[in-house]
Design a binder for this molecule. Structure first.
Ligand code: ADP
Length: 464
């Protein structure tokens, strides 16, 4: 920037200086030329007067100005006298412009270029009473001539001027940029800089952007910290959750090895080991699923997933655990007009664009919980409803219900309302957090409500 300002100022000033000097020279030169003509005329008249009274002798006593030449010409154009040249070598002057005009009008002045552009001669001719013409002339330098004859001082002057312009321009450039450099962009305040009103909007924009960046950085930091906390907590939770069944398994098997357990009790203890091992497997499976969901989301293939059909297949998968608890499962499908579809006749297309396995896991976890936290001989109803922009999956049970204060927390990882019960039914504490994750990933959501008449109603909505 300094360079650019310097270059512009320097060039502009230099051109301005050269133009002004040229203009001044031109004006003065015009004036000088005018003066020259006037002087010459005056001297010519004086001379003519002298010759009129004193005749040819007058020339002998006349002292012309330095550089001035006097020529006397008779009516035929023959040179009678010349102050600089031998008249015998001079040709006839009758055709010279000023001579012709002097014979016609009594006097004439003219300026003629010499062979070079550098010199000019000014002539003044006056007709005398005896029909002769007296002419005086003066050779002088033209502008070009003056320039070249004064080349050295001119160049020197230009050099000094350029130097001065250089110094001034470089100072100006630095002075212009200095206040801008001194702006404290980081400071929250918009500073007033005298004479720099035009950059105020820019400063405002920078400040606004700075604020935005600040907010974003703080947001990212918070997000990072949250994730870090979460990861730490998750790891601690996972270790704890893994340790409990492993401790049981290890303790029971050790007792078996040591023969502490009676032969008759072995099936019961082996059953316990089996239960703990199953819990471990479910837990590890859920952890793997969660890390897959977190890490590979972008690589998961999305497709049209028919939710009604998927719900029916989940119910099939859960037939055995449901039967064990004597829980009856059913599926209702409601179309966009609010009418229940007869799914025995045909399974309607109620699709969302999503990841098949993820959505299957969502419906499975909700339905699995509805069985696990149900009452003996209860029922579970899955209702798939097509809405304008979403497909709603409602899983209703007639079970123990969720207290209002837990309705939000149950979606957090490892949150369990009743740890004992969760353990007993083989829960991992991760099921609903996977549900929430899947719903959010698809741009939807999930929440828990009370089912009128008792039990829980879980509602997940997925955009089409
Ligand atoms: P878990 O593996 O313990 O079932 P979830 O994340 O699936 O973990 O559920 C978290 C907790 O929410 C459960 O431990 C349970 O207390 C409660 N819960 C989930 N679903 C239901 C439901 N349908 N009825 C009552 N409580 C439920």
């Amino acid at each position: 920037m300094v360079k650019k300002i310097f270059r512009n100022t320097f060039l502009t000033s230099l051109v301005a200086v050269i133009l002004s000097v040229g203009l001044i020279l031109f004006i003065f030169y015009g004036y000088f030329e005018e003066q020259l003509v006037a002087n010459l005329k005056a001297e010519g008249k004086l001379l003519a007067n002298g010759v009129k009274h004193a005749g040819i002798e007058y020339f002998e006593n006349f002292e012309p100005t330095e550089g001035m030449r006097i020529t006397w010409i008779d009516q035929d154009g023959e040179v009678l006298y010349d102050s600089m040249a031998d008249i015998s070598s001079m040709d006839n002057h009758s055709q010279r412009e000023e001579i012709i005009e002097a014979f016609e009008k009594g006097e004439a002045d003219t300026i003629r270029h010499s062979d070079t552009l550098a010199e000019r001669t000014i002539y003044y001719a006056k007709l005398l009473e005896d029909n002769t013409v007296i002419r005086i002339s003066y050779g002088y330098n033209t502008m070009v001539g003056v320039f070249f004859s004064m080349l050295q001082p001119v160049l020197l002057g230009m050099l000094i001027l350029s130097l001065a312009v250089y110094v001034v321009s470089s100072y100006t450039a630095k002075a212009v940029v200095k206040p801008i450099n001194e702006i404290d962009i980081e400071s929250g305040e918009i500073q007033e800089i005298k004479g720099y009103d035009e950059i105020k909007p820019l400063l405002k924009r920078i400040r606004r952007q700075n604020l935005q960046i600040d907010t974003k950085v703080r947001q990212l930091k918070r997000e990072h910290e949250r994730r870090e906390d979460f990861r730490r907590e998750f790891t601690a939770n996972v270790s704890h959750e893994l340790k409990t069944p492993l401790t049981s398994i290890s303790g029971i098997s050790e007792m078996m090895l040591n023969g502490i357990i009676k032969e008759d009790d072995i099936p019961e203890f082996a059953g316990n080991i089996n239960k703990e091992a199953s819990r471990l497997i479910s837990l590890v499976n859920d952890i793997i699923l969660i890390s897959e969901l977190e890490g590979n989301e972008q690589y998961m293939q999305k497709e049209e997933v028919n939710i009604a059909e998927l719900a029916a297949s989940v119910i099939k998968r859960l037939e055995i655990p449901a039967a064990k608890r004597h829980v009856k499962m059913s599926l209702s499908v409601v179309d966009r007009d609010g009418k229940e579809v007869n799914i025995q006749e045909h399974m309607p297309e109620m699709t969302v664009f999503g990841v098949y396995n993820m959505i299957e896991q969502l419906i499975f976890n909700l339905s699995d919980n509805a069985i696990k936290y149900n009452k003996e001989s209860g029922s579970v109803n899955i209702i798939v409803t097509e809405c304008k922009k979403t497909v709603k999956i409602t899983v209703e049970d007639t079970g123990i219900g969720i207290a209002d204060e837990d309705k939000k927390s149950v979606f957090e990882r490892f949150y369990r309302v009743d740890k004992g019960r969760s353990k007993e039914v083989g829960g991992t504490g991760l099921g609903l957090s996977i549900v929430k994750h899947v719903a959010l990933y698809h741009g939807g959501g999930v929440h828990a409500e009370d089912r009128p008449g008792g039990g829980t109603r879980m509602i997940a909505e997925l955009p089409k």
